[in-house]
Design a protein around this ligand. Structure first.
Ligand code: BGC
Length: 359
């Protein structure tokens, strides 16, 4: 704990030196000048969840703009090579801080490069770590995310409650575990939380395909698991809405309706929740996460040394609280400005919207 704060103080003071050096060149708005006040952001992809482009990008852009800072927000589109290229381009143009969502480990080298140049790095949503997966060390200077173990716990508890509502015995229920991509440090946190809730109720995995962030591959993996179980399943713990949508296509094909979890409160996820095909989704108001990250980034851009009470893997950690959404709570996401009734309540979903008062 102590050690991490010293490291943060050093990085922050290096950043303030860099800032002072840049601003001594005058305030004519040249590229060099701008560099010290620019936040460089890299998002991971757009297919594994609609959140990155629809939720995080606008929220981050607005937060920096409102505070009077430039943000260069790029998306690596699920390509580690592209991730490195974007980072190089951003660093060449100049960054006062980097806000990185890891993709398949690509953020590690970028973080090291930025830190060598005295640029602080905020790991956004996904941890950026080094070392053994069983004992990771946070490489980024700060980590801003949700309480991801809690996200998993809410998902796992939703499966437990769903089985109970269906009159199934948790101890003998056939539950398939469909986790996220293990190269994303969040996948382990979601899994830890979900397993904690499910094993407390006596649930054991009946099948557990390798984790992935991909709706179509999740469908394929789930179909294989279902076949291996002789077509019998009582519930599916699924890490996010995109993967859940894939799993649900296979359940539909087999005329099965069982408890299914998810996260992101995506339009498709909320529709599945309203239709009774998904038990719940975990709502993570991206604006709160983007606001926390941009506030921190702005402090760093000003050369300050923000202190944060919590830590994860040895570095300061800001954790936003996630919210469980069942059909009767869908309106909460709309009221929060993170979904639109006009997108959700399409023909097939209209009756369910009326039933649950979604407008
Ligand atoms: C995020 C989730 C997202 C998943 C796939 C995770 O790291 O926390 O919100 O659904 O990645 O993009």
């Amino acid at each position: 704990m102590k050690k991490s704060f010293i490291a943060v103080a050093v990085v922050a003071s290096v950043a303030s030196l860099a800032l002072a050096a840049c601003s001594s060149g005058g305030s004519g708005g040249s590229g060099g000048d701008k560099a010290s006040t620019r936040a460089c952001v890299i998002l991971p992809d757009s297919a594994s969840s609609p959140r990155w482009e629809n939720g995080d990008r606008p929220a981050l852009a607005k937060a920096f703009k409102d505070a009077g800072f430039d943000a260069d927000i790029q998306n690596a589109q699920g390509d580690t090579g592209k991730y490195a290229t974007i980072a190089q381009q951003e660093l060449t143009k100049g960054c006062g801080v980097m806000v990185l969502v890891d993709y398949n480990g690509a953020a590690t080298a970028v973080t090291q490069k930025a830190q060598k140049q005295g640029i602080p790095v905020i790991a956004y949503d996904r941890p950026i770590t080094t070392g053994d997966a069983s004992d990771p060390k946070m490489l980024a200077d700060y980590y801003v995310s949700f309480d991801n173990v809690k996200v998993g716990e809410l998902e796992g508890q939703s499966i437990v409650d769903g089985l109970k509502a269906a009159g199934k015995d948790a101890a003998t229920a056939k539950v398939v575990y469909m986790g996220g991509d293990p190269t994303d440090g969040n996948a382990k946190l979601f899994h830890d939380g979900a397993v904690k809730a499910m094993s407390a109720a006596g649930i054991k995995p009946a099948a557990e395909p390798v984790g992935i962030w991909d709706g179509q591959k999740s469908a394929t993996n789930f179909e294989q698991a279902l076949t291996s179980l002789g077509g019998q399943v009582d519930a599916v713990w699924v890490a996010n809405d995109t993967n859940a949508a894939g799993v649900i296509t296979i359940l539909d094909k087999n005329h099965l309706t069982v408890p299914v979890s998810g996260q992101d409160a995506s339009t498709a996820g909320l529709q599945n929740v309203l239709l009774g095909k998904q038990t719940s989704t975990v709502y993570k108001p991206f604006k709160l996460e983007a606001d926390a990250a941009s506030k921190l980034a702005i402090e760093l851009l000003k050369g300050k040394k923000p202190s944060v009470a919590d830590s994860l893997y040895g570095k300061p950690f800001i954790a936003v609280t996630p919210i469980l959404i069942t059909a009767d709570k869908v309106q909460q996401v709309i009221d929060g400005g993170d979904a639109k009734a006009s997108d959700i309540c399409t023909a097939e979903v209209q009756a369910a919207c009326a039933k649950y008062g979604v407008k």
